[in-house]
Design a binder for this molecule. Structure first.
Ligand code: SF4
Ligand code: SF4
Length: 355
């Protein structure tokens, strides 16, 4: 039976709840490579509640340092609005400082891994994620116009660098398929522990809604499906009605049935919590978001011969095998290119522009 911890917390005393999370879900970290992944949707002030609060990240980093990890990386790949501005997003949110010297731009290097061919034959995943011994995910308690909630499973969508997120949005075509794509990304590397910042949560039309909600809790679990089921129940949403939880259960990733979850603490529905429309159409029908996705996916990369050194890094990392080196310059096969822009992020000379 999966367990979920619900513990009172404030940003001033987040370390107490984080201690409790590690006590409830012990991890052997001594001598191991640990990756800590907050939710860094975009460059924003911490008080906007769009990202995991720096106080929670700092408490986790201090705890992991104390447990003797051999190395710690704090990283994420910001979303559609801010991919390519990794450092700036961490700085503006205060998460850079809270990383206590462990921040790394994990969008700079990736490994190509097979994916669900119904979407894409392969995707690029941040190398730091795939090579970590232990992954600790720090989701934010928020709503999401496409997936209704964005918690433990959705936080893993950020393991994809570049604009692959936009590409998958587009390929999915509708909210139900997008739910499935999110689970496919999640299972590429299932994190070992989830610690959710529910001290201040977000309601309404997330993931960047101005409607914040004081909740005063930190939640934790070692199972994402159970974790998200509890978040959904707190928001007043039937976990079994969420397509991404159905899919995760079908794939054996956990159970969303509240009767199959041991809750440590008090599970209470938040009165009057505002959800986005249950159909998941809130973003699908949002013209501005659709135009943004379109604008991200019609461009193609082009190398500047004056800057390019012909190192081949871009071609080596292209998940679609759409780049080949010709006369010392990368050439793009526009038909094969999936507009993920990993090549642009990974070029050490910043030689790739989008046309
Ligand atoms: S060539 Fe296209 S598919 Fe390949 S890495 Fe660049 S943007 Fe992605
Ligand atoms: S990674 Fe940059 S410098 Fe290297 S071949 Fe590609 S465009 Fe040129």
């Amino acid at each position: 039976m999966s367990k979920v911890l619900i513990h009172p917390a404030s940003y001033e005393n987040a370390a107490l709840a984080v201690d409790k999370a590690f006590e409830t879900f012990p991890l052997e970290l001594r001598g191991r490579k640990v990756l800590i992944k907050p939710n860094v949707l975009r460059a924003s002030e911490a008080k906007e509640g769009i990202v995991t609060n720096p106080a929670v990240l700092r408490a986790v980093v201090e705890k992991v340092e104390g447990l003797g990890a051999a190395s710690i990386i704090v990283g994420d790949n910001p979303g559609l609005f801010d991919y390519g501005t990794n450092e700036a997003s961490f700085r503006k949110t205060g998460l850079m400082e809270a990383s206590m010297g462990h921040y790394q731009n994990i969008g700079d290097d990736s490994v190509k891994v097979p994916f669900n061919a119904g979407f894409l034959p392969s995707v690029s995943v941040s190398r730091a994620v795939m090579e970590a011994d232990v992954v600790i995910s720090l989701p934010k308690f928020k709503t999401h116009g496409l997936t209704i909630i964005t918690g433990a499973i959705k936080n893993s969508y950020g393991i994809l660098p570049g604009a692959q997120k936009a590409t998958l949005h587009k390929l999915a075509g509708n909210p139900a398929r997008f739910h499935e794509a999110v689970v496919e990304v999640f299972r590429l590397r299932v994190p070992d522990l989830f610690i959710v910042d529910a001290i201040v949560g977000m309601e309404g039309n997330g993931p960047a809604s101005p409607e914040l909600r004081d909740i005063g809790l930190i939640l934790a679990s070692d199972n994402a499906v159970a974790m998200d089921a509890v978040i959904a129940a707190m928001m007043g949403c039937q976990p079994g009605g969420l397509r991404f939880l159905q899919k995760a259960k079908e794939l054996g990733l956990g159970d969303y049935d509240l009767g199959a979850i041991e809750v440590i603490g008090e599970l209470k529905r938040l009165p009057g919590f505002k959800l986005p429309p249950m159909s998941g159409e809130a973003l699908a029908r949002n013209d501005a978001i659709q135009q943004l996705i379109h604008s991200r996916t019609i461009l193609r990369p082009e190398a500047d011969p004056a800057r390019c050194t012909g190192c081949g890094t871009c071609a080596g990392h292209c998940p679609a095998d759409a780049l080949s080196m010709s006369d010392g310059l990368p050439k793009v096969d526009t038909a094969a290119c999936i507009a993920c822009f990993c090549c642009q992020e990974m070029c050490p000379e910043k030689a790739i522009a989008l046309r």
